[in-house]
Write a protein of this length. Structure first.
Length: 291
């Protein structure tokens, strides 16, 4: 097992079990079965299964190798309909995934915790953890959510937050180091910043138009360093001491194989600091759709 590959977590968001991904020659179920087998063989041990539909969770549960060697994470339902629904949805997700318990359940919108139903939602999730349905509780945060403040206030087991070659805000300002220093595990997500380094120069998303020159410069630096965007993005994220897990997505078995191969390669020798974008508005992933 390669030590950097074992740091990867596989997200199910691109599995295409609900028609979201690009058309394939074979059925999505067969593709997902092979992807999970590749992840298992390669030493990927975390599977982020949510937010998935009921159908998607049932498929994942049906094709996951048994006994399940993945640490499975699910997303909690939004709490605006009360803690009873949050609990019912959590139990239903476990049943569809074929699990008695999962490793963790994540609050998928940090703002929910500060809403009128936030305290009841968090208390119910803590009760589910205490009852053994989940080992850990986590919060999925954006840069603007103050992850270090969330860690201090709620004492979760995990904070999931975005960081990438282009979006280094939470690393530069020390937020994720402070989260880690509080004993909270850090999971990096959005490590490709929704893909601008992988797109032709003329296809930069509108929200990044103002930073197009910087994106092109980063792409050129990667090429001059005899690397490629995938290896650079993974090398950067996997090298971060703040992160215990780096969550990646893939929509096909061949994509996942490429990710595993890139993660197992020596990280490229690049000037990471010089690739960071500085425009918070451009870096707000909530403003534009994933690649």
């Amino acid at each position: 097992m390669h030590p950097l590959v074992s740091k990867l977590g596989l997200s199910a968001t691109q599995f295409g079990l609900d028609g979201a991904a690009s058309p394939r020659i074979r059925a999505p179920e067969a593709e997902v079965r092979e992807m999970l087998a590749i992840a298992d063989r390669s030493g990927v041990r975390l599977l982020d299964a949510g937010p998935a539909s009921a159908h998607g969770e049932a498929v994942i549960g049906a094709v996951t190798p048994r006994p399940c060697r993945f640490r499975v994470t699910i997303k909690a339902a939004r709490g605006d309909r009360g803690p009873d629904l949050v609990e019912a949805e959590a139990r239903a997700s476990l049943a569809r995934l074929g699990l008695i318990r999962a490793d963790s359940i994540m609050v998928q919108a940090a703002g929910d915790l500060f809403s009128p139903y936030g305290a009841a939602m968090w208390k119910r999730l803590q009760a589910l953890r205490d009852d053994g349905l989940f080992v850990r509780l986590g919060i999925s945060a954006y840069a603007s959510d103050d992850p270090a403040g969330l860690a201090r206030r709620f004492r979760p087991d995990i904070i999931q937050a975005p960081a990438s070659l282009l979006d280094q805000r939470l690393l530069i300002d020390g937020s994720l180091a402070r989260v880690r220093d509080q004993g909270v595990e850090v999971h990096l997500r959005s490590i490709y910043l929704n893909g601008p380094l992988f797109r032709p120069p003329g296809q930069v998303p509108p929200a990044l138009k103002a930073a197009a020159a910087r994106v092109s410069r980063a792409r050129r630096m990667i090429a001059e360093g005899r690397s490629d965007p995938l290896q650079a993005a993974l090398g950067f994220a996997l090298s971060r001491p703040e992160a215990s897990v780096v969550i990646v997505g893939a929509s096909t078995a061949s994509e996942l194989s490429a990710v595993v191969a890139a993660a197992a390669s020596p990280p490229p020798d690049l000037d990471w600091d010089d690739m960071a974008l500085e425009d918070p508005a451009a870096l707000d992933a909530r403003r534009w759709a994933p690649a």
